[in-house]
Design a binder for this molecule. Sequence first.
Ligand SMILES: *Cc1c(COP(=O)(O)O)cnc(C)c1O
Length: 377
Amino acid sequence: MENERIYLSPPHMGGTELAYIQNAFDTNWIAPLGPHVDAFENNLSGFLQVKACAALSSGTAALHLALIQLNVQQSDYVICPTFTFSASANPILYQKAIPVFVDSEKETWNMDPELLEEAVQFCLRQNKKPKAIIVVHLYGMPAKLKAIQKIADDHGIPIIEDAAESLGSTYYGKHTGSFGTFGILSFNGNKIITTSGGGALVSSNLEAIKKTRFLATQARDPAPHYQHSTIGYNYRMSNICAAIGRGQMEVLSNRVDSRKKNFNYYQSRLSVLPAITFLPEPENVSSNRWLTTIQIDSTQTSATPNTIRLALESLNIESRPLWKPLHLQPIFAQFPSFVADISTNLFFNGLCLPSGSALTEAHLDRICSSVEATIGS
Ligand SMILES: *Cc1c(COP(=O)(O)O)cnc(C)c1O
């Protein structure tokens, strides 16, 4: 189909998901939990090489339960990158804690270790050691974990890795999500694999994951009646969603390969244009290339990210601006931030290109032709 819509990052089923769902129906494990949840958790821990994993209703829920277990409370500080999706920071506000935003560095677009140190010092000057550092691997690109981990260790601050966009990415051979005290994953519809909606919390601390499952199922104390001595949440993943997840895990490596292939196609075709640049992988780092992003150099073309986006849209192709930095968002603007102009410039000059794992070369050609025509005009 000549003009079939190309989405930014649509779900891509592998083929076995329906059989797992059928199995759930056949055994009447429709109700929450069930054997697929256990199996999906084992799949994930095995893949990431972490000790334990709790499958949850969303990545946001996973982050919330991580903050709760790190005892984040009212007026506590939690450090978070400014260049990320709002879900990275919203759970800080659920706890009535205070986000402290840190800008990006240029090599990975993730949390700048130098500004992180400044943010930590700011908190310490008020005799309030941050309760956690949330590290995001944006668009799949691993953050500078060594430098960040050193700062966290020096000050004794736990790291929560928001690996919602980076499942399958590695840093010095180890999976993102497996470095922090906690790692969070998302299986939202636009992520590299999806359960239609879902997330997971991973940790090398088995007790913490057991506690996560307890908190996520309304915190029922062991008793035949309903007995509660702590606040509970309804955050568990259902057996049906986990059935989809099991099928998706069988194709995860293929999905990473496809996303990397998209990136390579875009880069080889479009980087000949002086106005367009891509984000290279640093050494010893492998990005899953969840979304391919470009930067437009306004000194080289009169085209802007927006004119490129509108030209693509006129051909029924979806593209999207980069994440708008959180310190510029009305809901977060009042909170402390340690920012240069890196994320703001990335936001104003960037565009996310369609990056689904089912894109064909014909699709990619259609997209690139439009970008070339807009840049050249
Ligand atoms: C998608 C996403 C989340 C939230 O995941 P949900 O499963 O949608 O709640 C958190 N952080 C980042 C960086 C994300 O991209």
